[in-house]
Ligand binder design. Sequence first.
Ligand code: COA
Length: 170
Amino acid sequence: MSEGANIVIRQADGEDLTEVLEVGHKTWPVTYGPIAGDDYVAMGLAKWWTQEATIPAIRAGRVTVAEVDGRVVGMTSVGPSEGHLNLWKLYVLPDQQGTGLGGRLMRAVIDKAVEDGHDAIRLSYILGNDNAAQFYEHFGFVETERESGGSGMPDNVWMQLALPQPGEDA
Ligand SMILES: CC(C)(COP(=O)(O)OP(=O)(O)OC[C@H]1O[C@@H](n2cnc3c(N)ncnc32)[C@H](O)[C@@H]1OP(=O)(O)O)[C@@H](O)C(=O)NCCC(=O)NCCS
């Protein structure tokens, strides 16, 4: 990212669809190819990174993007579930990682979850994605359980961040 770049963290709209999908399609092979294999990457892109899978989340206001100089380079998507919030996706383009954008997206998710009265944020990462694990630990997430992937799929590690409740200090 160049010095003085204009960074905006905002809710995605329909105009962002192509760039949001591009974030997934560029980030998944680099992230998961080495730890889970090409078949897993192909499965995930076909299941979770299609227009059909993404349009409803954008329409529901559940997708946030990081935009640098007018270009979407990172995204996150969430969904409510029994009082807590699930963080389903958090991806920054490989050549933009480590520049603070993932952190900004995560802080936006946490702030909104607190504002909306959720008691916790939950997420999972696939075993072997140590970079993601350390990133989440940095934000205070703790491991809660491990789930077997089954049929050659990688295992999932679930984590949780308890959120401050009304009247509590953050
Ligand atoms: C994980 C990911 C979203 C993090 O985003 P990022 O833009 O690279 O991270 P940032 O530069 O914003 O870092 C934010 C903070 O986390 C810290 N951090 C980042 N990676 C870290 C790591 N591996 N270990 C410890 N701390 C880490 C940074 O030091 C920074 O701290 P600060 O806010 O106190 O300065 C990004 O690297 C990514 O897209 N990775 C590939 C996809 C992926 O694995 N996604 C998660 C799927 S479960």
